[in-house]
Design a protein around this ligand. Structure first.
Ligand SMILES: NC(=O)c1ccc[n+]([C@@H]2O[C@H](COP(=O)([O-])OP(=O)(O)OC[C@H]3O[C@@H](n4cnc5c(N)ncnc54)[C@H](O)[C@@H]3O)[C@@H](O)[C@H]2O)c1
Length: 458
């Protein structure tokens, strides 16, 4: 029988049972990874999602998210009976700990679209029971835990901080390495009171065996998550503009970054990230806007979140222009060119197409009249066709046959050992390196074969 969480005595750590049962609400990318990781650590997990198709898939052992190890772990924990999936919210009352991982996209004005979160909190409010610990894993605009989640959860008649505990513990994993990161990344927690913070910290320490960083408010936890992505996006924007600057002088931006990053600064070194064909995914593309919008709502106009976003949003267009200019320089008409795009996902080693820069690159190339073919073994072909207007072909060789340009926009593990010299591309093919960061020897070899090479700032 489940032991109530908050009825236990009160020394540090006593709020969480030795082996708590967990409900994960929202089984998207984050929820599926989290449910798999928790069940794999031996906890009993019930996963709840309102998407009946997703529930059906997960129940039958399939997984739509192309994430390293995820399918294996999900089928292992499902077979062991440690993960059960349902579409019914009442299942949360079985759990000691309720983890919310629903989507929080943004609206056109940059504000957080809270529809999924509202619906989830309202559904939960009717089924919470005294003693539970509720943890918010979704990325939240600053102030959301206290201003939106607390009043919604309390509609069921229980009081946050008294009847149940509540903390914001935002997820920071990166797609492609999600399960490994869940086992290692420190978790940030900020409860609505000291007891909630302590219970949340204790739960994550035990459940995932990771370090926990405790904040004294949910706002600090919410902002910490936003700060990381604000920094990453802005840093990549710097790398992208540095790449454009280096290109003016014929300098390889990667040489500059490597050397610049050798300078000790603050508690580490200068750490300029890598330039690329653009920033995509569900987090980096929205979190800076969420920051910008929240500040604006309080009368403060922040410039850096917006600047980073604007630079990075322009990169797909810049990449397409690099291709067009290079084709013209080689005497080829872009309107008659065949262009093969390798890697459609928003970054290496994921099948996630959300906000992928490949979309902007392909749109600009198609507008210039080029024939675009694509190949990506990780993405869902139907989804890709709907989003990009190009159906990826299964065979790499078919995609690249007679191509005037091979644009590598995501370098999945499957492409790492690709023999570029052995591909049936046209003579004098342009290799556009959008995210592969080919070493100098590879570039020299391509040039010896009569091909051209262009990278972002290379
Ligand atoms: N994807 C990432 O890499 C990543 C990383 C860190 C944090 N995050 C954050 O984590 C959160 C989830 O992201 P995601 O990528 O997993 O989103 P997602 O869109 O893949 O998944 C959200 C899931 O919640 C379900 N859902 C919606 N309303 C529900 C309800 N009322 N009850 C139960 N289920 C409901 C949806 O059906 C969907 O399956 C977001 O706030 C996101 O910003 C995402």
């Amino acid at each position: 029988m489940a032991v109530p969480v908050v009825d236990l005595p009160d020394p540090p750590g006593a709020d969480v049972r030795e082996n708590p049962t967990v409900a994960v609400v929202g089984l998207g990318y984050v929820g599926s990874c989290l449910a798999a990781a928790l069940a794999d650590r031996g906890l009993d997990v019930v996963g709840i999602d309102t998407d009946p198709e997703l529930v059906g898939e997960l129940r039958s052992g399939r997984c739509r998210f192309r994430e390293h190890e995820l399918e294996e772990v999900l089928s292992r924990v499902t077979a062991a009976g440690r993960l059960r999936v349902t579409g019914e919210h009442p299942a949360v009352s079985e759990a000691d700990v309720v983890v919310v991982a629903v989507g929080t996209p943004i609206r056109d004005d940059g504000s957080m679209a809270d529809g999924q979160l509202r619906a989830a909190c309202l559904a939960l409010s009717g089924h919470l029971r005294p003693g539970q610990l509720v943890l918010l894993k979704s990325t939240l605009a600053a102030g959301t835990t206290r201003d939106l989640v607390v009043p919604l959860l309390e509609r069921g008649g229980l009081t946050a901080g008294t009847d149940f505990l509540l903390a914001c513990t935002p997820e920071r994993l990166a797609e492609g390495t999600a399960l490994a990161e869940l086992r290692t990344l420190p978790i940030v927690v900020g409860g609505i009171d000291a007891r909630s913070t302590r219970a949340a910290a204790e739960f994550w320490r035990r459940a995932l065996g990771v370090r926990v960083i405790e904040h004294d408010s949910p706002e600090a936890a919410e902002i910490t998550k936003l700060a990381s992505n604000w920094w990453i996006d802005l840093n990549i924007a710097l790398a992208n503009e540095l790449a454009m600057f280096c290109a003016l002088y014929g300098v390889d931006v990667l040489d500059v970054i490597e050397a610049a990053n050798s300078l000790p600064k603050g508690s580490g070194n200068v750490n300029i990230l890598l330039p690329s064909a653009g920033v995509g995914g569900s987090c980096l593309t929205k979190d800076p806007w969420m920051v910008w919008r929240s500040a604006r709502g309080r009368g403060v106009e922040l410039r850096t979140p917006r600047a980073g976003r604007e630079v990075n949003e322009a990169m797909p267009g810049h990449t397409a222009q690099l291709i067009i200019d290079e084709l013209v320089a080689r005497g080829k008409d872009p309107a008659r060119a065949k262009i093969a795009v390798l890697g459609l996902a928003f970054k290496n080693d994921t099948g996630d197409l959300r906000a992928t820069p490949a979309r902007g690159v392909i749109e600009a190339l198609a507008k210039a009249g080029a024939e675009v073919r694509a190949h990506d073994p990780l993405v869902d072909p139907d989804q890709a066709e709907e989003l990009l207007g190009v159906r990826p072909v299964e065979s790499l060789h078919e995609a690249v046959r007679d191509a005037d340009c091979l644009a590598v926009l995501a370098l999945h593990r499957q492409f790492e050992d690709l023999d570029l010299a052995g591909l049936p591309v046209a003579d004098s093919c342009l290799i556009l390196d959008g995210r592969a960061y080919y070493p100098k020897e590879t570039i020299a070899r391509l040039r010896r074969l009569g091909h051209a090479y262009r990278g972002i700032g290379r």
